[in-house]
Ligand binder design. Structure first.
Ligand SMILES: Nc1ncnc2c1ncn2[C@@H]1O[C@H](COP(=O)(O)OP(=O)(O)O)[C@@H](O)[C@H]1O
Ligand SMILES: [Mg+2]
Length: 241
């Protein structure tokens, strides 16, 4: 659906959400769930399905043409990488619709909690927690072996689907394609930092993620060697301040 079609529909339907600052959004019963630095995320109902809508907005400090190009590049990369991830056997939400003009993507809504919430709640049994950490390691291994770098691996960008406790990976807006060990190592390091900052009290959880990565990635050796270097650089930087 193009933006103008959405606009026409919205003007005839009371239940459509209308944001006067932004293009009209074809999402029913919608609620803003996240206002980030680059995008706003709403949840609602799209074509009768529980959906999430992500809209990138322009950054005033960026030159308008550079801004438009960057927004379009991130949008395309997000959709492409999600499809690639699925082909590699990594669960990601279905993409329901992309509106380039409005810089929006409609996703299937995954009912469940983020890994951040799951780990912080303390509600997970040790076996379920280990299974989750191992699922994270194997999902990243599959992405990396397929040349997909996520670019923003945090425990908020990993969801646990309520129906079957499956791991679903989201937020590929900063993803890239690379088979270079350094890029994979940095991806892992970003996730390690997320674990140490958000889940320090839960013990050395990331070690289980790494063990599973090592078990599942064909190319674990160069990646984990680089990872040790990246970690060392990070520690030195932290000491120097
Ligand atoms: N498909 C989805 N199903 C359920 N929740 C989602 C989905 N996509 C995003 N979310 C929720 O919205 C939040 C923000 O979405 P995300 O794509 O990570 O945007 P941002 O780039 O702003 O971090 C996520 O952390 C998650 O809680
Ligand atoms: Mg995110």
């Amino acid at each position: 659906m193009t933006t103008s079609h959405a606009a026409e529909e919205a003007s005839t339907s009371e239940s459509h959400y209308v944001d006067h600052e932004n293009p009209i959004i074809g999402l029913h019963n919608c609620k803003l769930i996240q206002q980030g630095a680059e995008a706003r995320v709403w949840e609602g109902v799209y074509l009768g399905k529980p959906a999430v809508l992500k809209q990138r907005f322009s950054k005033r400090y960026r030159h308008p043409s550079l801004d438009a190009r960057l927004t379009q590049t991130r949008l395309k990369q997000e959709v492409r990488s999600m499809l690639r991830a699925r082909k590699l056997g990594v669960l990601t939400p279905c993409v329901l619709c992309v509106e380039h003009e409005a810089s929006t993507i409609y996703f299937e809504r995954v009912e469940g909690v983020s890994v951040k919430q799951a780990l912080s709640s303390g509600a997970l049994q040790p076996a379920a927690q280990l299974e989750l950490l191992r699922a994270i390691g194997s999902a990243i291994a599959a992405l990396h072996d397929g040349g997909v770098i996520h670019g923003d691996l945090t425990t908020s960008n990993l969801l646990v689907r309520a129906a079957d406790n499956a791991l679903v990976v989201i937020d590929f807006g900063l993803s890239s394609n690379s088979s270079i060990a350094e890029d994979k190592a940095v991806d892992l390091y970003v996730l390690e930092r997320a674990f140490t900052s958000a889940h320090a009290s839960c013990g050395p959880l990331f070690e289980d993620v790494l063990a599973s990565y090592r078990q599942h990635s064909r190319l674990w050796c160069p990646t984990l060697n680089k990872f040790a270097e990246v970690r060392m650089r990070g520690r030195k930087r932290a000491m120097v301040g």
